[in-house]
Design a protein around this ligand. Structure first.
Ligand code: F6P
Length: 540
């Protein structure tokens, strides 16, 4: 890898020069010049068809982006990740989530230890427990079967399981109902417990560290709720833990026999396929969970083996770099045309923004280029009636990922046609727009033309899959995981730490102690005034 700052590197400079050749170029022109553009700029793998022809991209642009990736040693860095090397330098850890979905018998070593047998031991433990709940051999303290599962966890210990529970609605176990409590706002837990019968409820306390304030607070409150209803001796039948921290689980008063472990080489936001997925397994069953893992694994193999120019995560990652760093795009919209993927944008927010929201490179030097874009989105067609206006006619360039499925999950084929027609139409409208001449030929009054013109050239990817299923969900999540990795390698950052969340946590602890009257820390004028006002309004 070159030692020069990224923006001075020849590959970066060539892209900057190339970017200048884009002035005045339109997607209409590009499609006219190359009638086969759709097939030249599309690729299919692992059941995902990616159409990236509606991007502001020519063959030369792509080649230059691929050169950039090679100049950053993407392939050897990828291989290092899959080899279990400690690529998370600032925490001295591997980023070995690929081992979570490795089939039995695969050898994947980190620190000289093959972790696959241990991964499968935990998966087997999860499966055994899931079967016991489903077959009602594991019952609550009063003898009633468990029907409701409450996952208490936040961030990576919440967003993946919640997203998967919603995404796999069609695969849910008929007797199981899942709930999620993440926010430290007591309203969350009381809203959830209001619907529950304690005798039928199992709490999963999911926390990699088992120290997270929100999770521990909610766990204590849930425990109290259960004890109030069923007594102290009921706890063991109604609480299990998912964590890497055995000591903290013990200290909480939980039986480690019913603890499901994982390892420090699994980042929180890369953990939905670890024991953090216990609620998912309980919700959809062992077999569907295993199929989801197979989907993840299929994408891992593709990322490892496909040539860069046909490699889905690499292409998605390079497209993000292209707009973020060479077109000044600050955000990227994730637009699933599937009700069941409603929480996918929120899931990707953590995956991408916690991974790549960094300002220094791996050597600790301040970066000279922008890093992770702001990720946001909502399912289509809801978004069309709120924020799409800005994507179509606003002043900002917002690359979009449209995600759609050929087969509906609902019974209504007719409604699915409408849904997909909207997806395809939006990508078309964004790319090609509507010219003033077209409007005139339709008889639109001259005074209205500026308002009704669509400039077009608004780039999007379309990811088309057959159906939303455990397998396709696994491939989709792994696709974005590796796209995030690709971007991180280009920028030379550590995508696997998250020091940026620490300061707020520490300050909140100081402030809690001030609010409780235990301390009087010195604060800036604004913070002190807010604290004073809050305490006054609370009658202190
Ligand atoms: O605060 C950020 C974070 O550390 C995330 O990275 C993580 O997913 C989340 O908190 C929850 O952490 P834990 O699983 O340790 O409770």
């Amino acid at each position: 890898m070159s030692a020069a700052p990224l923006h001075d590197s020849p590959a970066w400079q060539r892209l900057q020069t190339h970017r200048q050749t884009w002035e005045g170029m339109t997607l209409r022109q590009l499609f006219q010049e190359d009638p086969q553009r759709a097939s030249h700029f599309s690729v299919e793998a692992c059941g995902i068809y990616l159409d990236y022809s509606k991007h502001l991209l020519r063959r030369e642009s792509l080649n230059l982006l691929l050169d950039l990736a090679r100049s950053r040693d993407l392939e050897s860095r990828r291989d290092a990740m899959f080899a279990g090397e400690k690529i998370n330098h600032s925490e001295g850890r591997a980023a070995f989530h690929a081992a979570l979905r490795a089939p039995k018998g695969t050898v994947m070593r980190t620190d000289g230890v093959d972790v696959v047998p241990e991964v499968h031991r935990v998966l087997d433990h999860m499966a055994e427990f899931t079967e016991a709940i489903h077959s009602e051999t594991w019952r609550g303290a009063t003898g009633k079967p468990i029907r409701q599962i409450v996952n208490i966890g936040i961030g990576g210990s919440y967003l993946g399981p919640e997203m998967a529970w919603k995404a796999l609605r069609a695969y849910r176990h008929p007797q199981m109902q899942l709930y999620f409590v993440a926010n430290v706002d007591g309203a969350t837990l009381s809203d959830v417990t209001a619907h529950l019968d304690p005798a039928e409820t199992l709490f999963i306390i999911s926390s990699k560290t088992f120290t997270t304030l929100e999770t521990m607070t909610n766990a204590h409150a849930a425990r109290q709720w259960l004890v109030d209803a069923l007594g102290e001796e009921a706890v063991a039948r109604h609480f299990v833990a998912v964590s890497t921290n055995t000591e903290a689980v013990k200290a909480f008063g939980m039986d480690t026999e019913h603890m499901f472990g994982f390892w420090d080489w699994v980042g929180g936001r890369y953990s939905m396929d670890s024991a953090i997925g216990l609620s998912t397994m309980l919700g959809v069953g062992v077999q569907h969970f295993q199929v989801m893992l197979a989907g993840f694994h299929a994408m891992d193999l593709h990322f490892q083996n496909a040539p860069l120019e046909k490699n889905l995560p690499v292409l998605l990652g390079l497209l993000s770099i292209w707009y973020n760093n060479f077109w000044g795009a600050q955000t990227q919209a994730i637009l699933p045309y599937a009700y069941d993927l409603a929480r996918f944008p929120a899931y990707l927010q953590q995956l991408q923004m916690e991974s790549n929201g960094k300002s220094v490179n791996e050597a600790g030097q301040w970066l000279s280029v922008d890093t992770g874009p702001i990720i946001w989105g909502e399912p289509g067609t809801d978004g069309q009636h709120s924020f799409y206006q800005l994507i179509h006619q606003g002043t900002r360039l917002i690359p979009c990922d449209f995600i759609g499925f050929c087969h509906p999950l609902s019974d209504s084929a007719e409604q699915h046609e409408l849904l997909m027609a909207n997806l395809i139409a939006q990508a078309e409208a964004l790319a090609f727009g509507k010219t003033a001449d077209e409007l005139r030929s339709e008889g639109v009054a001259e005074a209205q033309i500026p308002f009704r013109t669509f400039a077009g050239n608004r780039p999007s990817s379309v990811l088309l899959m057959d159906a939303l299923s455990p397998h396709s969900l696994g491939t989709l999540v792994a696709l974005y995981e590796h796209s995030v990795f690709t971007q991180g390698i280009i920028w030379g950052i550590d995508s696997f730490d998250q020091w940026g969340v620490e300061l707020g946590k520490v300050l909140a602890q100081r402030i809690v102690s001030d609010l409780q009257g235990k301390t009087r820390h010195h604060h800036d004028g604004s913070t002190a005034t807010l604290l004073e006002r809050y305490l006054r309004r609370r009658g202190h």
